[in-house]
Design a protein around this ligand. Structure first.
Ligand code: PA5
Length: 425
């Protein structure tokens, strides 16, 4: 289980402090499935369900792809994209020599981006995993049409054997197409929204193809979710949810999520969708932003330290470094760095994080630390479960439905009308 350290935030709490009674009530509502959007809380049982369901088939499909292809093109957007990318960049930022390269398409409409992927694919053997719960989202649908054409040119009659669909179990254009063409189909469960779906086939198939041990991820997630059911202020999900709601109610309108591992960048993107779509509605919500440290200390550091005092900072810290690099000793000390010679880079990184924490607190930015033991399968599962449970509790604490996203439709309506989609008004 992750640990939450609120020592850098307590100085900013008012006398009442985080409302654990409200966190408890929100947790009860979530666990009893009695709140708004309860139909979309299937993610709480997802690891157990997938373990007893599709997990074997996902692993087998991944083995097939790994044995015959040099690349997998994953087509999807939003909740059908960010979790897989977050996991792969966190755990496998560079593919091993036997790992296919995973490309992500359909997450925008840029022809240049698409053309870069096609160029990098070259004439390598590849498979496609198209992911869309609705099956109608424009960005992935357009990309999929283009990649289908490419597969047909490359593999002729065999093209359909290179397509794996992840979509609704019963409905939608993609499901109908998959059934008609005989593509293997994985399910985005009815009771799981896109942003909570990373531990379904949506995230697991691309992760397994990239060489991540998804059985370890799921086993760890089952245990994490049990542990996170703890009904006590000792529950890290309560601590995080209650602290950020308290800080928000006291003027900290923006939360920046930081990490000292560059490989965390897309996990932060996943987190932004999870919290942004779940909480930003009805005129309220904490705006989720992210920074990559130490790099962004040299760009955003000034703003964090001395801009408008509306920020809170949550920092994900992996306590055990995966690699060790002592700073070399140099006799001449021409760069003046001998004062840290022999110190491991992981230790320098840790000291930098402590120094930044103190500086930002003294600049008026409350600091929440989220500690994870290791950047591995278990660490990933712990983070996902923690952030999902805390998000649902935090959303219920603020009074919104954390599981809908009505605001996403407005731009689509305009775009479809302007593109001349039949029936669009
Ligand atoms: O969380 C969500 O609901 C969205 O981000 C969707 O996942 C995203 O719009 C993609 O939708 P779909 O999977 O239906 O293509």
């Amino acid at each position: 289980m992750v640990k939450v350290d609120l020592s850098g935030a307590t100085g900013f709490f008012t006398a009442s402090g985080p409302d654990y009674a409200l966190a408890e009530k929100a947790h009860k509502t979530l666990a009893e499935k009695s709140g708004l959007g309860a139909d979309f809380t299937g993610w709480m049982e997802l690891p157990l369900r997938i373990k007893e369901g599709e997990l074997d088939a996902i692993v087998k499909a991944a083995e097939k792809i790994r044995s015959r292809s040099k690349a997998l093109v994953v087509i999807g957007i939003g909740g059908s994209y960010l979790g897989a990318r977050g996991a792969i960049e966190l755990l496998k930022p560079l593919p091993g020599k036997d790992d296919p390269k995973v490309f992500f398409a359909g997450n925008g409409l840029s022809p240049d981006y698409l053309s870069d992927i096609l160029e990098q694919l070259g004439d390598q053997d590849f498979d496609v995993n198209v992911i869309s719960k609705s099956g109608t989202t424009l960005e992935p649908a357009v990309s999929f049409r283009i990649f289908r054409e490419l597969l047909e040119k490359k593999y002729g009659d065999q093209a359909d054997e290179h397509i794996f669909a992840t979509t609704d179990a019963h409905r939608g254009v993609l499901k109908s197409l998959a059934d008609a063409k005989g593509w293997p189909c994985f399910v985005v469960p009815d009771d799981v929204g896109g942003r909570f779906s990373v531990l379904s086939a949506v995230g697991l198939l691309p992760m397994a193809v990239a060489g991540i041990d998804v059985v370890r991820v799921i086993n760890a997630a089952v245990e994490e979710l049990k542990a996170l059911d703890l009904r006590s202020p000792e529950n890290p999900a309560w601590q995080y949810a209650a602290a950020r709601q308290h800080l928000y109610n006291n003027g900290k309108l923006i939360e920046i999520l930081a990490c000292y591992e560059p490989s965390f960048r897309f996990m932060a993107e996943w987190w932004k969708q999870l919290y942004g779509e779940s909480e930003g509605k009805d005129g309220i919500g904490i705006y989720p932003a992210s920074v990559e440290f130490t790099a962004d200390l040299h760009s955003m550091g000034q703003f964090i330290q001395a801009g408008p005092r509306i920020l809170m900072e949550s920092v994900v810290r992996f306590t055990q470094a995966r690699n060790r690099f002592p700073v070399p000793f140099e006799e001449a000390n021409s760069d003046g760095l001998n004062y840290i010679a022999g110190l491991d880079l992981a230790e320098v990184n840790r000291i930098a994080a402590d120094a930044v924490k103190d500086a930002h607190i003294s600049g008026g930015v409350p600091n929440i630390v989220i500690e994870v033991p290791q950047r591995n399968e278990e660490g990933f599962a712990a983070l996902v479960c923690f952030f999902e449970v805390a998000c649902a509790i935090s959303g219920y604490m603020s009074g919104v439905n954390p599981f809908d996203q009505p605001g996403v439709e407005a731009y689509k309506k305009n775009m479809f009308r302007m593109l001349g989609k039949p029936g669009a008004v």
